[in-house]
Design a binder for this molecule. Structure first.
Ligand code: AMP
Length: 302
């Protein structure tokens, strides 16, 4: 596996590949776990024999708010490189903040002032975007830059960050990027907790309570599979379960997977089309997000 630290080194490697090369790309912020590895393995399948799997590790300062965990975000570069190598990655881009944002004065905040950046639009202002103002502008800007540098054929994203993949899909469509976006399933711990780099912040007791997020969504999913179509009822089910587990709910909603419009504010508050459960909850200082696509009984059984 090749490791590149500068844009120019990476670009020279990329330019030397034959033009028809398949280049699936999975960007990350490091602190890698099985969820990230699953994206790289999926990329490996797409690349087959002649393609090149690319990943990146970059803790992007512009997607963190001033009060967020940028400084303490886990950085485990050596283990990450070993994990990418083992998962079948061919090249990894590991730039510094200075390399990615040479003109950014205040690293560590989501201030993109002074430079050109991407506005994530209305999808970037709700839910996570409302809780983390400017977050998705930072995500779009860094991913757009990475796509320009890497020039991938496919962009692999995790369903774990559901709104992120919805926003980035929309960015690729609206800005006419010729890249296929592939969303990969969420990898979970045996008890159902979605793997996340932030899980390592949890105390042993909070780790036990954290599974309440998955349980809350599973209960709502069971109700849906049994025929319940009221978004209000499903949201109440999730909230009650989360509060029973002493999780501080930030949101627990049923949304349309592409527009992220809430089914609970539609006429009659009924779910009449595709839907996803989206949850954000805090345990102590740690904020976790998760989601689950709603499936009717026959789909859920598959
Ligand atoms: P991050 O390093 O948190 O920025 O995540 C990098 C990529 O890995 C994103 O596309 C995430 O959605 C994806 N990812 C993170 N956790 C998981 C998981 N548990 N299962 C699948 N993909 C994940």
């Amino acid at each position: 596996m090749e490791v590149f630290h500068t844009v120019s080194e990476f670009k020279s490697w990329r330019r030397a590949l034959p033009p028809e090369t398949r280049v699936p790309f999975a960007p990350t912020m490091g602190a890698l776990h099985e969820g990230h590895a699953s994206l790289v393995r999926q990329a490996q399948l797409l690349a087959a024999d002649s393609g090149k799997v690319v990943s990146s590790i970059f803790v992007n300062p512009t997607q963190f708010g001033p009060q967020e965990d940028f400084a303490k975000y886990p950085r485990t570069l050596e283990a990450d490189l070993a994990a990418l190598n083992a998962a079948g990655c061919d090249a990894v881009f590991v730039p510094s903040a200075q390399e990615m944002y040479p003109s950014l004065a205040t690293a560590g905040t989501n201030t993109l002032a002074g430079g050109v950046s991407i506005d994530a639009g209305p999808l970037g202002k709700v839910l996570e975007g409302a809780a983390r103002p400017g977050h998705f502008n930072g995500v779009c800007t860094i991913v757009f830059k990475l796509l320009n540098i890497v020039q991938p054929t496919e962009l692999l994203l995790g369903q774990k960050d559901f709104q992120q993949q919805a926003v980035l899909r929309r960015m690729c469509a609206d800005l006419d990027l010729q890249i296929k976006v592939i969303t990969c399933p969420t990898v979970r711990e045996p008890d159902g907790l979605a793997m996340s780099s932030r899980n390592r912040y949890l105390s042993a007791e909070d780790r036990m309570r954290a599974v309440g997020i998955f349980q809350a969504m599973s209960r709502a999913q069971s109700q849906y599979a049994a025929g319940e179509r009221s978004a209000v009822v499903l949201e109440a089910t999730m909230r009650i379960w989360l509060s029973h587990r002493e999780l501080a709910t930030q949101y627990a909603v049923v949304a349309h997977p592409e527009t992220l419009d809430l089914w609970s504010i539609q006429p009659a508050r009924l779910i009449t089309g595709p839907a996803v459960l989206l949850v954000a909850a805090k345990l102590g200082q740690t904020r976790l997000i998760d989601n689950m696509r709603l499936a009717a009984a026959e789909e859920a059984a598959r």
